[in-house]
Design a protein around this ligand. Sequence first.
Ligand code: SF4
Ligand code: SF4
Length: 395
Amino acid sequence: MSDDFSRLKRINFINTNRCNLRCVYCPQGSHPDEYHADLTPEFFEEIFGFILDHKLEEAGFGYYGELTMIDDWWKPIRRILDAGVKAIATTNGSTLLSPEEVATFARFRYIEWSIDTHDVEILKKVRKKVDVRTIVHNFHLVRAYCLLHDLPLPDLAWTGVLTINVAETLPEFVAYALSCGVKTLNFNEVGIYDGAVARGLNIVDQEGEEFERAASKVEEAVRLAARHGIVMNMAEMPRIQAKRDAMRRGDSFGQPLKRHSTPVADCYIHNEAAILPEGYTRACASPWEEFYLDPKGQVFACCTRGEVMGIAKTKAEIEGVLKNEKYQKLRHSLKTGVDLDSACANCLIRAAVPVEQPERKSTGTARWWRRLKIRNAGDDVETRAKKAAAPATVE
Ligand code: SF4
Ligand code: SF4
């Protein structure tokens, strides 16, 4: 096996880039027809062969689009599970799961349920066409199946996008999650995607009393989660606190949003915290340890970088892309900190580290990168440099 694959441990792929929901902050529904594609059985066989040949430890499903939209999606995934590969997924849980689907999810190592809020009406405003009661019922079906069959529970997290809409009832949502046995809540920053129907949903972009009320609700929710032992990964928290501090001092806060390409559409996000100091690179092992593949065969180096690294529809083509010049260049730039492209230089999900510092362990799971986001977001350059110099705390 080539050196290029010696560290490879995870493939992330999607069986469709379509979704049955139209969340207001998402570009779903805005793509031209030719954008949409489902994974063919032939392509799946190539992917499965690649997983077996390279003895991959993990397969991630559903970084965009909805896994459960495809009939019998669980059949090919069971083959991957039967081969001893750990499965992780994100699902919107919007359609009632069949017994086969429940039994398959029960074998996953980690599942993120995209939920945003427990409030039926608020959820319809932001995620449209989905009833939170269906999501929660599906979640409990998987838990109940595991309990009934003496299976270890998968790590079941609830995840959301922190819009101004959900902030008001966030403490109640934490209490609701607690009563459902949820141990992990992940909230991501709301970016502005090209094609998304809503703008200005970020709490940090609100002003005056509206901002203050939302910020205090978020803090209340975080305190409640901490009191009850829920891990609450809140990417926006440091920035919310920084804005509060600035407002109290009477200072202005924030910089213009920055445009990034992503694997699904261009997106404007805050990146005050992501500027790379001189002599630094990113603590990122994604180009060595994992890759993202869509049903059209587009290979991406990570979940956030929009550059297509190559097109691959067979085992050999996947291997070819992972060894190609683009990949060599990307790995070299991350290793040396020289000629980092704008995506890596401004990356929000990997910490800045001095180039001479030995590489840190990287790319555990989606939760891992969220923790990094929290570590860095909202800090000034000096604070980031201090954090980067401190011993690594991320597993
Ligand atoms: S955010 Fe997820 S669930 Fe919502 S429309 Fe986009 S892909 Fe579908
Ligand atoms: S540094 Fe960020 S953008 Fe670059 S490959 Fe790693 S995760 Fe992707």
